[in-house]
Design a protein around this ligand. Structure first.
Ligand SMILES: NC(=O)c1ccc[n+]([C@@H]2O[C@H](COP(=O)([O-])OP(=O)(O)OC[C@H]3O[C@@H](n4cnc5c(N)ncnc54)[C@H](O)[C@@H]3O)[C@@H](O)[C@H]2O)c1
Length: 333
């Protein structure tokens, strides 16, 4: 059948796998919540769970398969290393989570060794797909995974600030009393304490937020509200950890969004973490910028114009991440 202009064969030009198979490494709170949300989404044909604690992964898989009558068609099961060989996406959620009072960067030494050994197992199977890192500190560990995997550029990415951007959009939608789907906003830089809101990119219905605010009248003092929203986004994880020990629902959904863009070759603009090769003058560091995500992983980072103070904050975030990575050098085998 002839294709219309702009259409690609089955809409999947970037993908090179038969089934939409996702392997989740780490079947704890984040991994199992992601598995549940992904099964409900209908985006995957096959979901495979693995964990160093095999009983946990087996239990999660069994619990999930009992939901098959209620999910869209999907196969869920316990996995083996051989499952990497024909997987479309491997999502790494294995490792320690933050304890109350700990920053994400505090986890780096504990989790870098775990991510390295998982990546070694994945690439040993001639893995054809995309690696998505969610384990914290996600930017530093995306860098570790990228360097270790030596896959073509773009095929290793981190969930980055996709979750933080969702938190920002939610808070703005509440403040501005408008559907969250109509709020466009990005958190850039580290998924962590040095992240920044790119306020110059925030818009509602194409109207820049500062302008929108002038005509809306929901805030007494926008500058003050804006600063409080940014602080709240940055501290969200700390608040949730203080309440219930860890976060898992929204990250599970953010991972579904990222993995759907890969499986469906959607070329979605998402704020994910990837190795920078010159955007804003930054190289040799992984952090989040709006990027086009497709079946090939990160196809391209979009270098949107930023204000000088935003650029400065972005460079500061890159410096924080570079020194975190430098601190790992003594750990490397
Ligand atoms: N990127 C984000 O936005 C985001 C959000 C929330 C949590 N996280 C991070 O996700 C990670 C997991 O959090 P969680 O709450 O699910 O923790 P969890 O303790 O519930 O689960 C982690 C799982 O990893 C497994 N594991 C450890 N080493 C492993 C290995 N070598 N191979 C396979 N499995 C291994 C553990 O057995 C455990 O089941 C943490 O690092 C956390 O900080 C990231």
């Amino acid at each position: 059948m002839a294709l219309a202009v702009g259409e690609t064969e089955a809409g999947m030009a970037g993908s090179h796998w038969a089934a939409r198979k996702v392997v989740i490494v780490g079947a704890g709170a984040v991994g199992s919540t992601f598995a549940y949300a992904l099964a409900q989404s209908g985006h995957a044909d096959e979901i495979v769970l693995t964990d160093v604690n095999r009983d946990l992964a087996a239990g999660q898989a069994l619990d999930l398969v009992h939901g098959l009558p209620f999910f869209p068609a999907v196969d869920v099961r316990l996995g083996e290393p051989a499952d990497y060989r024909d997987a479309s996406v491997v999502v790494i959620t294995a490792g320690a989570a933050q304890r109350p009072g700990e920053s994400r960067l505090d986890l780096i030494h504990r989790n870098a060794a775990i991510v390295q050994s998982i990546v070694d197992d994945v690439v040993a199977q001639q893995f054809p797909g995309v690696i998505v890192v969610a384990t914290n500190p996600v930017d530093a560990l995306t860098y570790v995974a990228e360097r270790r995997a030596r896959l073509p550029h773009g095929r290793v990415l981190g969930s980055g600030t996709e979750l933080d951007s969702a938190r920002l959009r939610y808070l703005l939608s509440r403040q501005c009393k408008v559907d969250v789907h109509n709020v466009h906003a990005y958190v850039l830089g580290e998924h962590g304490d040095s992240e920044l809101v790119a306020w110059s990119l925030v818009h509602i219905a194409g109207v820049p937020i500062d302008e929108y605010c002038r005509s809306c009248g929901n805030c007494a003092a926008w500058e003050v509200t804006r600063a409080a929203i940014e602080r709240s986004v940055r501290d969200s994880a700390y608040h949730i950890i203080n309440y219930k020990g860890a976060t898992w629902f929204a990250i599970g959904l953010a991972l579904v969004r990222i993995v759907a863009a890969i499986l469906r070759n959607q070329r979605s603009v998402l704020s994910v973490s990837s190795l920078l090769t010159g955007a804003y003058g930054l190289t040799d560091v992984c952090l989040s910028l709006p990027a086009i995500v497709s079946g090939k992983g990160v196809e391209r980072v979009i270098e949107t114009p930023l204000l000088p103070r935003e650029l400065e904050s972005l460079h500061h975030s890159a410096d924080v991440l570079r020194s975190a990575i430098k601190g790992l050098e003594g750990d490397r085998p």
